[in-house]
Design a protein around this ligand. Structure first.
Ligand code: NI
Length: 138
């Protein structure tokens, strides 16, 4: 764990009250952890907003495996973007539907381009990209 620094923050009482209510609702037991998470989220947002910013994330995809040629197209797309793919978990959800969880690492532009191409493939029902951290911070 890195060294800790203590800081003092002046904040309007009303605003602090709203913040405390929010973090309580979210299950935080102390303000420091909530502040740290807000700061990390903002750093990730900043990193992912720059095309060259390095990120890690996960892409969740749901599709009907009966759609003609779809699995071949998805596999080809993944092979064409193997540089950004760390791992793929395939789950047979039910008789028709498959879910893939694709772990990604690369520049924000590359990760988002891959997610966009996969989401736009005909037969993909849903695709959700979550950028979870700056790869530089790991
Ligand atoms: Ni399947």
């Amino acid at each position: 764990m890195s060294e800790l620094s203590r800081i003092g923050v002046a904040i309007a009482t009303d605003l602090l009250g709203e913040f405390d209510a929010l973090i309580d609702k979210r299950g935080y037991t102390n303000r420091s952890e909530a502040f740290r998470d807000l700061i990390r989220a903002e750093l990730v947002r900043e990193s992912s907003s720059r095309p060259a910013g390095r990120v890690v994330g996960s892409l969740t995809v749901v599709y009907d495996h009966h759609v003609r040629q779809l699995e071949e197209k998805l596999t080809e797309l993944q092979h064409n973007h193997n540089r950004v793919i760390l791992s793929v978990l395939h789950i047979h959800l039910d008789h028709d539907n498959c879910m893939e969880l694709i772990a990604l690492r690369g520049t924000s532009a590359d990760v988002q381009r891959f997610a966009g191409l996969l989401a736009a493939t005909k037969g993909v029902k849903h695709a959700q990209l979550a950028i979870t951290a700056s790869a530089d911070a790991l």
